[in-house]
Design a protein around this ligand. Structure first.
Ligand code: NOJ
Length: 559
């Protein structure tokens, strides 16, 4: 196990310059358009983030990760980027960005930017140039254009399907087709093209020079592709899922690590080196390649996010991931919620197997839905989410927290079809509800048109029950989820130690008990009967103890 992890004895200044700051960081994900709207246009913005730096500081997080804030027509929530080296004018300016970066840094908070290298938007100047240029031109070679099949080329070049539904190919006016693994507004780049590679190196330097400390790399496993003819058919070759030998034509090919080795050289030009975390939905056995210190350095594992609230599943996932992280040289990553999945308070309040669609290794992994609106147990879901989060925050490695989970927010299921924005909803004829339910603007106050999100009308409607979860309401309540997160994050700083844990067998399969170096214990009761706690001082609990015992679906930290 690594011994060079960030530890409790560091000051905030030391953490800011420590090259290992990321190893055990608590990272708070901001979906900027739904965080805080400073100018009343209904959209969250960069100045809104700057205004809320005191809130972020009070939470006790180490870094923020900003989902895309670039100019975009929002065909996919900003993951359709028009210009990689600018800020969406609806969100602010580069000067606003600089001000935000420096406010975060002054508060001891690092800044991670989302980077989207697999595809641009169809409004990107390169794609516009490609459309205006002839077949075979250099402008088209930055993307993936092919002739169609059939005598008149009217059939797509292959039967590949887009992750969002429908064909992965779109025909253009002169009859050629271009590849889009996601929405048609998201044409895939050709990563065999040196110009594309160089342009991204320029982008990495551009943001690193502006103070960005790290990058979250969108669909890192899709960049390089094998498009040699004949193109593989998904049925013949079974390319629907992942292939473990790097032979899939577009998921998880080995050559992608050549791209990231060049990125690493850029990261290492800076002091401390810039960091990166890969969003790579790959088989666990191949994750270490992305997390390697000569590559991106860290990779998400979405295993806990895909698990039920279940002691066996949690234990296996934790054990396996700590072993894997150790082998790769990276630290582990833990995450329960993000902008792509049903919030964990809701997942844990739904009957097992009902509601949230299972996640797979098939690249459609984030397309979860409330489906047939099964019965949600609101209280149970939140109780379990609090227990799970407290467990996560005690684990070695970095913890990713998605905006609103610190308020215990549930997924918003009741969004009218006409208000929905997510392409997964539109491209699946409304069968998939899409991801809007976890992207609804945050409630800051209990009253007002948009619960304090801003003075305008929130771009996605907030339900009336948001009032109960508002920051202002939770500030007043010692037992609130917000205060639980604050308390836990502060204790996490104080207790942080080497990236190790030791399991302690309680003789009860429903109880997970581990201890971190320095005597920091975490005990979770996944069962329905209260259990005794080990001797020691109780530091924090996710639910009040019951006659001194740890109740069902609860976690306690003990020193
Ligand atoms: C993963 C992002 O998290 C998701 O929101 C986006 O739709 C896809 N990548 C495509 O960029």
């Amino acid at each position: 196990m690594s011994t060079n992890a960030t530890t409790s004895t560091q000051t905030s200044d030391e953490r800011m310059t420590d090259p290992n700051w990321w190893r055990q960081a608590a990272v708070y994900q901001i979906y900027p358009r739904s965080f805080y709207d400073s100018n009343g246009d209904g959209l969250g913005d960069i100045r809104g983030i700057t205004e809320k730096v005191p809130y972020l500081q009070s939470l006790g997080i180490d870094a923020v990760w900003l989902s895309p804030f670039y100019p975009s027509a929002l065909a996919d929530g900003g993951y359709d980027v028009d210009d990689y080296r600018n800020v969406d004018p609806k969100l602010g300016t580069l000067a606003d960005f600089d001000e935000m970066a420096s406010a975060l840094h002054s508060a001891g908070i690092k800044l991670i930017a989302d980077i989207v290298p697999n595809h641009s938007s169809n409004r990107h100047e390169w794609f516009q140039e490609a459309l205006a240029s002839p077949k075979g031109s250099a402008a088209r070679a930055r993307y993936i254009f092919r002739d169609g099949k059939g005598p008149d080329g009217s059939q797509p070049p292959s039967d590949w399907e887009s992750v969002f539904g429908g064909s992965a190919w779109q025909q253009v006016e002169d009859g050629q087709w271009y590849l889009h693994l996601f929405a048609p507004e998201q044409p895939d780049f050709n990563w065999d093209n040196r110009e594309v590679r160089d342009d991204f190196l320029k982008t990495l330097r551009f943001w690193s020079d502006r103070g960005v400390d790290g990058f979250r790399v969108d669909v890192a496993h899709a960049l390089t592709k094998d498009l040699s003819e004949p193109l593989a058919s998904k049925d013949e070759l079974g390319i629907e899922g992942q292939l473990l030998d790097g032979s899939h034509p577009f998921w998880d090919r080995d050559e992608v690590h050549g791209v990231f080795a060049e990125w690493r050289d850029v990261f290492n030009e800076y002091t401390p080196p810039r960091t990166a975390v890969a969003e790579a939905w790959v088989h666990a056995s191949r994750r270490a390649r992305y997390a390697s210190p000569s590559g991106l350095g860290q990779a998400f594992n979405f295993d806990l996010l895909q698990a039920d609230f279940d002691a066996d599943q949690f234990r296996d996932i934790i054990t396996k991931n700590l072993e894997e992280a150790d082998a790769s040289g990276a630290s582990s990553t833990w995450v329960f919620s993000n902008h792509d999945v049903v919030r964990h308070a809701t997942r844990y309040g739904l009957p097992k197997g009902g509601g949230a669609k299972g996640l797979g290794q098939d690249g459609k992994a984030w397309l979860m839905t409330n489906g047939t609106e099964p019965k949600l147990d609101v209280e149970l879901g939140l109780r379990r989410a609090r227990a799970a989060t407290l467990l996560m925050l005690a684990l070695p490695g970095s913890a990713y927290i998605y905006q609103g989970e610190e308020l215990g927010l549930h997924e918003v299921a009741d969004i009218a079809d006409e208000d929905r924005q997510d392409p997964t909803f539109f491209r699946n004829a409304g069968v998939e509800k899409g991801r809007d339910g976890c992207r609804v603007p945050l409630p800051w106050s209990t009253e007002g048109g948009s619960f304090g999100f801003g003075s305008g009308t929130a771009h996605l409607p907030q339900p009336a029950w948001f009032a109960r979860y508002a920051v202002a309401a939770q500030e007043q309540d010692e037992q609130s989820t917000l205060n639980l997160y604050r308390q836990a994050l502060e204790l996490r700083h104080q207790r942080q130690s080497a990236e190790e844990l030791q399991w302690i067998d309680e003789g009860n399969p429903e109880v997970l008990h581990f201890v971190r170096p320095g005597g920091w214990h975490s005990v979770t009761n996944f069962g329905s009967t209260p259990v005794d706690l080990p001797a020691g001082t109780v530091l924090v609990t996710s639910a009040p103890l019951e006659d001194g015992k740890l109740g069902a679906d609860s976690t306690a930290w003990i020193a």
